[in-house]
Ligand binder design. Structure first.
Ligand SMILES: [Zn+2]
Length: 318
C-alpha cells in the first residue's frame, strides 16, 4: 500500500522547523533560523530552500503541507500580517509555497496548531472541548469547542494573551494595552515586569542580589525563575505576579470556553513547571464556575506546533 507523506512546518520568531511524516510518523526533522529580513517571500523561500536541501527525495510524494506560524494571521490568504515578533513584519506563506510544491498548503497560527496537536496526537485524543495555552515569548491559545476549531474572521480568535488580568495596572503590554496576561507572563515582557515590581518594592530590591539588574530592566526571565528557586525575595515576588496572572488568565479562558481538557505548553512554562504548574492550578480551581477540566503540561514539548501542522495537513480540520 502506498505510504502517505506530509510536510509539517513550524514558523517561530527565532527558529523554523520542518518535518516530513510518513504515515503520520515524523521520519526527519530540520531546524533553521527564521529569516529576519529579505521581504515578504523570505520565510517561504527559506522553507523551500531547506526542503530542497534536506528532503528532496520526498518531493514527488508530499500530499499536503501544514504550517503553524507566529501571528497575527490572515488565515485564508496564508499571510502573516505585521507580526510584532519579527522585523520582517508582513510575509506570505500559502501562495508561494503552493506554487513551489504544487500541492495544497494550510496555514494556522501556532497556538491553533497546538490545540490540533493535542486533539490528534496528544493527551487530548477523545475530547471535543479542548484548550491549548502557550506561555512562551508571548501568551496565546487555541480552542476547540464542540469539536470545532474556533477561528474568527481572520483566524485570530482566542488572542487570550491580551485578556486583562489586572484592570488598574500601569504595566504596559507589547500591544500597547495595560494589565494584559502577556504583559505579566510572556517571556519578552518579564524584564519589564521585573523592573515594575522592583520599583514598587524598594526595600526588597535593596536586599536582593537581582535588585539592581531588575531596576535597570535587564533581568532575563531565566534569572528571575532561578532567583525565585533560590528563595530570593524579589525573585519570589516577581514569580508570584506571574503565577497570579497565569491563574487569572487561565481561569477566564476556562470560564469562557468550558473545556474538558486544558494543555499548557511554551518554553517559559515548560522550563518552570515546578513554579508555574501546581501553584497556578490551585488558584484556578478557586476561580472557575464550570466543572473543572483536566489541566496538564503538554507532553508534546518542542514538537507541539509540528504535530498540529501535521494534523492540519492530514485531516484538514479547518
Ligand atoms: Zn496586550
Amino acid at each position: 500500500m502506498a505510504r502517505r507523506v506530509h510536510l509539517a512546518v513550524d514558523v517561530g520568531a527565532t527558529w523554523t522547523r520542518l518535518a516530513v511524516a510518513v504515515d503520520e510518523v515524523f521520519v526527519k526533522k530540520v531546524v533553521v533560523r527564521t529569516p529576519r529580513e529579505g521581504g515578504r517571500l523570505a520565510v517561504a523561500e527559506e522553507v523551500a530552500r531547506t526542503f530542497e536541501k534536506e528532503f528532496k527525495e520526498y518531493r514527488e510524494r508530499v500530499e499536503a503541507i501544514g504550517i503553524g506560524t507566529i501571528g497575527p494571521l490572515d488565515m485564508r490568504r496564508g499571510v502573516v500580517v505585521n507580526t510584532p515578533n519579527l522585523p520582517l513584519g508582513t510575509f506570505e506563506l500559502k501562495k508561494p509555497l503552493e506554487d513551489f510544491f504544487n500541492r495544497p498548503v494550510y496555514v494556522v497560527n501556532d497556538a491553533v496548531a497546538g490545540v490540533l496537536a493535542e486533539k490528534y496526537y496528544g493527551e487530548g485524543v477523545g475530547y471535543n472541548n479542548l484548550v491549548y495555552v502557550t506561555i512562551s515569548t508571548g501568551v496565546g491559545g487555541g480552542v476547540i469547542v464542540d469539536g470545532r476549531v474556533i477561528l474568527g474572521k481572520d483566524g485570530n480568535a482566542h488572542e487570550i494573551g491580551h485578556i486583562v488580568v489586572k484592570y488598574d495596572s500601569d504595566l504596559r503590554c507589547g500591544c500597547g494595552g495595560y494589565g494584559h496576561w502577556e504583559a505579566y507572563a510572556g517571556g519578552a515582557n518579564i524584564p519589564r515586569l521585573a523592573k515594575y515590581v522592583a520599583e514598587r518594592n524598594p526595600s526588597i530590591s535593596k536586599v536582593s542580589v537581582i535588585g539592581e539588574r531588575a531596576l535597570n530592566g535587564s533581568l532575563e526571565p531565566r534569572e528571575v525563575f532561578k532567583a525565585a528557586k533560590r528563595g530570593d525575595p524579589l525573585g519570589r515576588l516577581i514569580v508570584d505576579e506571574i503565577v497570579k496572572a497565569n491563574a487569572a488568565g487561565l481561569a477566564s479562558v476556562i470560564n469562557a470556553y468550558d473545556p474538558e481538557f486544558v494543555s499548557i505548553g511554551g518554553s517559559v512554562f515548560l522550563y518552570n513547571t515546578d513554579l508555574l504548574y501546581q501553584p497556578v492550578v490551585e488558584i484556578v480551581k478557586k476561580n472557575i464556575v464550570v466543572r473543572p477540566p483536566v489541566i496538564v503540561p503538554t507532553k508534546l514539548g518542542d514538537d507541539v506546533v509540528l504535530y498540529g501542522a501535521l494534523a492540519l495537513a492530514v485531516y484538514r480540520p479547518v
